[in-house]
Design a protein around this ligand. Structure first.
Ligand code: GLA
Length: 409
């Protein structure tokens, strides 16, 4: 009995030691319970690149609220590259005093006062992609600073990482965040090079699947030593990844270019496909001055409901013929989202005979069979009901656009 009491006491002591932050025992698991649906927010990079400062971030937080984006579900205000100043004499990272004179803590307080959350950016290597100080060798110090500042989300990039192993490097920052103790979403930005979908789910909440997005519908931008990708090119690179997505873990086909200069129909198609993919919806435009069309796309409640569906099943490409693709996404409550995507530069007719096309999705074990169930059809962007699946669905899809329907019993 005495022995039992003693060993119980020893056990309790070792738990206490762990709780107090024993430096020999690291926790390499992400914070659970965050990002149970795809994260929604804004990030500075796509529109502003290195031109970030506290005024922009505050004004963006204001605009997120006043535009109605917050009410639609957007939460994160994420500062991307180039916020950094120098490290102090002990190696702790400081914000650029010219761009962020009030410091990141004051900014986080401001963002929180609006009911929003703040994200920040670093890099696993010696320098960020924009040449600012990277976290290599400073992981635990950086995580401490982010936690002290009240940061809620970290995007962690992969430039200048010669000699590092991706999984190990991301595990290290996760352990550092754990040690710092403030729950943060970890956005793995490793561009899909080392198959982050295989190891990412334990370590982070989302992982980039590709190189950077480029603001065009269907093109590749060659920068010499690297390329960035149009919306269609990114879409094509999602093939084979849907099994890795689910609540708390998302494939990230990069941030949105909606409102950054593509035609409205192209923005609509881009936003629709990201919603079908259960992708994180991180707006990348100037929220302080967006057109009515841009705002309407970004805040469409029915499309957001498809993206944010609680089952978290990534959509699948069912068929592709003559630049016309049919995508399906199983939704909660026996519903389905179906997107007809026209990649061509001319309008195309769709005729989809549900009864002749029973579909089984092996991954979700869901069946769309109009011979067994009569579904009502809602045309989402047209905002109207469009009959049932008793009859074939007929529509014309404009060039570089989508027709999106939701089927419900
Ligand atoms: C990389 C990332 C981008 C952006 C830039 C910043 O290219 O993939 O999303 O963060 O770095 O320099």
């Amino acid at each position: 009995m005495k022995k039992l009491v003693l060993s119980l006491a020893a056990l309790t002591l070792s738990f206490v030691a762990l709780g107090q932050g024993n430096n020999y025992a690291q926790n390499y698991q992400k914070f659970e319970g965050l990002a149970m649906t795809p994260p929604m927010g804004w990030n500075s990079w796509n529109k502003f690149a290195c031109n970030v400062d506290e005024k922009l971030i505050r004004e963006t937080a204001d605009a997120m609220v006043s535009s109605g984006m917050k009410a639609a579900g957007y939460t994160y205000i994420n500062i991307d590259d180039c916020w950094h100043g120098d490290r102090d004499s002990l190696g702790f990272i400081q914000a650029d005093p010219k761009r962020f004179p009030s410091g990141i803590k004051a900014l986080a307080d401001y963002v929180h006062s609006k009911g929003l959350k703040l994200g920040i950016y670093s890099d696993a290597g010696s320098q960020t992609c924009g040449g600012r100080p990277g976290s290599r060798g400073y992981e635990f110090q950086d995580a401490q600073m982010y936690a002290q500042w009240g940061v809620d989300y970290l995007k962690y990039d992969w430039c200048n990482t010669e000699g590092l192993k991706a999984e190990g490097a991301y595990k290290t920052i996760t352990a550092a965040l754990r040690k710092a103790g403030r729950p943060m979403v970890l956005s793995i930005c490793e561009w899909g090079t080392d198959k982050p979908w295989e190891w990412g789910p334990a370590v982070g909440h989302l992982w980039r699947t590709t190189g950077d997005i480029y603001n065009c519908f269907d093109c590749v931008k060659d920068h010499g030593t690297w390329k960035s990708w149009g919306v269609m090119q990114i879409l094509d690179q999602q093939e084979g990844l849907r099994q890795y997505a689910g609540p708390g873990q998302w494939n990230d086909p990069d941030m949105l270019e909606v409102g950054n200069g593509m035609a409205v129909n192209e923005d609509r198609a881009h936003f629709t496909m990201w919603s079908m993919l259960a992708a994180p919806l991180i707006a990348g435009n100037d929220l302080r001055q967006m057109s009515k069309e841009t705002l309407a796309i970004l805040t469409d409640r029915e499309v957001l409901a498809i993206n944010q569906d609680k089952l978290g099943i990534q959509g699948l490409k069912y068929s592709a013929k003559d630049s016309l693709e049919t995508w399906l996404k199983p939704l909660d409550g026996g519903k389905w989202a179906v997107a007809f995507l026209n990649r061509a530069k001319v309008p195309q007719k769709v005729s989809f005979d549900w009864k002749k096309t029973p579909i089984t999705d092996a991954l979700s074990k869901r069946e769309l069979n109009a011979n067994k169930t009569d579904y009502k059809i809602r045309n989402v962007w047209a905002k109207k009901s469009q009959g049932t699946t008793k009859k074939a669905f007929e529509a014309t899809v404009p060039a570089h656009d989508v027709v999106l329907v939701v089927l419900a019993e």
